[in-house]
Design a protein around this ligand. Sequence first.
Ligand code: ADP
Length: 511
Amino acid sequence: MSDGGPRTGQNSAEALLEANELLRAIVDSSPSAIIGLDTNRRVTTWNNAATRLYGYEPAEVTGMAFPDAPQDMAVFTALFDQVLNGRIIRDIQIERIRKDGTKARIRYSAAPLHDSKGTVCGVITLTEDIGQQLDTLDVLKQQETRLRTVLETVSDAIIVIDQRGRIQSFSSAAERQFSYSAEEVIGKNVSILMPSPYREEHDYYIDRYQKTHEKRIIGIGREVVGQRKDGSIFPMYLSVGEGKLGGESIYVGIIHDITAQQTTERQLREMQDELLQVSRMSGMGQMASSLAHELNQPLTGASTLLQAARRMLEVGDPAAIGRAREAVEKAAQQLLRAGEIIRRLREFASRGDTEKVEVPVDTMINEAIALARISNKFGSTKVEVNLADTPAVLADKVQVQQVILNLLRNGLEAMDGVAKPILTVSTRLVNDMVEVSISDVGPGISPEVKERLFQPFVTTKQHGMGVGLAICRTIIEAHGGRLVADDNPAGGTIFRFTLARAFDEADDGNK
Ligand code: ADP
């Protein structure tokens, strides 16, 4: 054969035999099921893989029609006829029944077999079992769906980027937060979601991390800023995780929009500032007498010094005039001191008069409770809020919130050491007044302060000022209401105050 010369008869018969052997070996060792059929669909060839796939031994099926389930018969007859007519079928996905009755999911190809005259004498089919592949695909699809559902439902935005910073996936929340659709950003550099100068620097950050592995944000997380499609910027909390995919790094960013949180924090800070202002204003009453005292000193001093100077001037000799000048200078200093005190007083009261407006009771109370939570340790204290559907009140909100805050703080302090501390805040309408009550389950008001509870400087606390309740009563009375304290039947104390309800215009005619 190697010399390429003409073959003898003996040689070509041998060659044919060899080729036949080779073919049989291929057929037997093929991982795909190879089945030959004659024109009547009777099995002529059945290899090992066919036995593995369907469970029939060659002897059971050779010479028999392929044992398809009756309901599948039509499908296979149609396919078979097409192949007999010369068509080749490639890679169709179908199901067939195994000997044990189970279904085999297969990829199926078939081609016509021709005899030496070129007429179709049968069909050869090639079948692969793809059940496992399909199962794996199913599992992957399920996993993907699960992951997608998670990504879709979490309120934080999730963005995955590759190690070159290109966006690989962009969750629904990310779409909402940045106002970009996933389609618009996938494949783009994640820096488009950042304002300058981070936008220009981000590639460098990734590069530096990949070189140094020095973690500045990965696994740490911090507050940064993002930029929406319309160019607006928002504060966000970014946590970044790192993963590996096909040998390359991917980075997963979880983004929590903290705009609302920051706004609330700012509002609370502003309210606290206002509260501070109010307590200064309310402290004015108490301040007045000590101020009178402070002013009295320099003014009396100045007056004495000036009288002395006048007497010295009456004497008229040069030494007396010198002493008179000194006295006048000292008097001037005393007057400057008085002026300084008055200036400080003016600064102290610089916020001017407060104004009463229509205030919804529930917002006022809920905000005050939120404020109280910030500035006090509530620990295990339960706060029960029972707000009736009361009309709005006419009030200076900040001042009344200071009252509520004070009463809540007193209640908390009174319940220090109580096993089950509960603060209850409730409202009700009594005639045309809205009554707010704040009760605790502490030890009640001690007898030594009971009579003078609302007087300034009455306290039983080591670091107490004893002005809280005095200020509260002043504020409530300035609102035309009353503040009283009662024993709580359940143990503890109930403070109640009233405020005049606001009448909206529709009500005005009746009142
Ligand atoms: P301070 O809290 O600085 O003492 P307050 O005027 O607010 O000033 O309170 C005066 C005193 O009234 C407190 O020291 C305390 O003895 C008493 N008191 C106030 N609230 C309560 C309460 N809820 N339960 C028991 N005692 C209270």
